[in-house]
Design a binder for this molecule. Structure first.
Ligand SMILES: [Zn+2]
Ligand SMILES: [Zn+2]
Length: 396
């Protein structure tokens, strides 16, 4: 890592594989580190699971999947490990609906995990990864994630969004020991999961604008390296949007890499600033409303994609008051990208009611301290006007 000492900017040239395990003193003044042992995103990556799990061979391996992820990857991983004489046992969630990240799901894993387990092997995406991360954290057992869909940026996360008493809480967590993304599996994920992954990444265009807004107006800490990593990853995905739509291997690799890098950047910076702004606040507000009603909500990234359109429209309305140096997202551009992919780009189409939408403009920022364009619009006394304009735009 000598090159990093000479020039911190070289971090921007590293692949996700190379980012694993680095630590350096940054130009922003922080000491950044990525405490993930291995990141492997390539064709046939699952074949490396036995090699990665080798240090844990003395104990039992607990493989967790749901019926879909077991079919597309879990079973093969389990057989591979058994063939290499690992002591592996598995639990497969059998649920007709999306698995819910709540205390009941966590409790089930606690019941199923056996004493003497040395490694948790999570096979899945959002919820499976989140639940296994928390289990790993609480039991102090390392976990690896075999990703089955490039659908969200939580693979390299250290926090666990979980529903507790009907409210979305952010519980603790640990980094995975390893992240394995097999392109042969990822490229065949359901289309709406690819849309979601792209939506979560597209959100960064607004998140980075909000971060700059906070830097300028609030003198908030900023890191060019963390922002640069996210920006480069975002650009690669936008440049390859047709490839994502067509499930081309290179494009799927860029998407998965971007999702991992976004998580890494948040971990490096120490909070979610590099990858989440007002677009995520809108998405959370809509999700929480569905949770309160006991209804299912769209995949996180699909809400974030639409949230990005809304946040960009909001910037457009307040643009005369936005200080120089904030690269504002262009609503026409983000909308056309989502359209080109075939993903949702309008809150009404996503199933957000007119009333909920209006309330989200006014209140999604409430009790969320992270300063965004919504907070700024609130200070300017413009939220009512924005709610009026955008509700008309999307619902009439
Ligand atoms: Zn930095
Ligand atoms: Zn997200």
């Amino acid at each position: 890592m000598d090159t990093l000492k000479d020039n911190v900017e070289n971090v921007l040239l590293l692949s996700p594989e190379e980012l694993a395990g680095i630590s350096f003193r940054c130009t922003c003044g922080k000491e950044h580190s990525v405490d993930i042992k291995k990141i492997i995103i390539e064709k046939g990556a699952v074949n490396k699971v036995p090699e990665i799990a080798a240090p844990f061979k003395d104990g039992k391996l607990f493989l967790v999947a749901d019926n879909n992820t077991y079919r597309v990857a879990g079973q093969a991983v389990e057989e591979m490990l058994k063939n290499k004489n690992f002591n592996v046992y598995s639990f497969v969630f059998n649920t007709p609906h999306e698995l819910v990240p709540d205390v009941s799901t966590l409790g089930r894993l606690l019941v199923e995990i056996e004493l003497g387990t040395s490694l948790i092997v999570a096979v899945g995406s959002g919820v499976i990864n989140d639940m296994c991360r928390y289990l790993a954290y609480k039991l102090e057992i390392p976990y690896i994630i075999v990703g089955t869909a490039p659908s969200m940026d939580g693979y390299a996360s250290v926090v666990t969004p979980t529903i507790v008493d009907g409210i979305k809480a952010t519980l603790g967590g640990v980094y995975p020991y390893a992240i394995i993304g097999d392109i042969d599996i990822l490229k065949n994920a359901p289309m709406r999961m690819l849309y979601a992954g792209f939506g979560d990444i597209l959100g960064k265009v607004n998140a980075l604008a909000d971060w700059n807004l906070a830097r300028i107006l609030r003198d908030e800490e900023y890191c060019d390296i963390c922002a640069g990593l996210v920006k480069n990853a975002l650009k690669k995905c936008i440049d390859n949007i047709d490839g994502i739509k067509n499930r081309e291997e290179n494009a799927i690799k860029y998407l998965m890499e971007a999702l991992v890098i976004a998580g890494v950047a948040m971990g490096m910076f120490g909070n979610s600033r590099p990858a989440s702004g007002a677009e995520h606040h809108f998405a959370h507000y809509w999700d929480e409303d569905a949770i309160a009603r006991g209804a299912e909500h769209p995949l996180h990234g699909n809400s974030v994609g639409v949230g990005t359109v809304v946040a960009a429209e909001q910037y457009k309305i307040i643009k005369d008051k936005v200080p120089e140096g904030v690269e504002m997202p262009d609503p026409e551009e983000v909308t056309s990208l989502l359209k080109r992919l075939g993903a949702w780009h309008n809150p009404a189409d996503l199933g957000i009611s007119k009333d909920l939408f209006r309330r989200s403009i006014l209140h999604s920022k409430d009790s969320r301290p992270k300063f965004t364009s919504s907070h700024y619009a609130g200070e300017l006394g413009m939220l009512e006007e924005i709610a009026e304009i955008l509700t008309k735009k999307f619902y009439e």
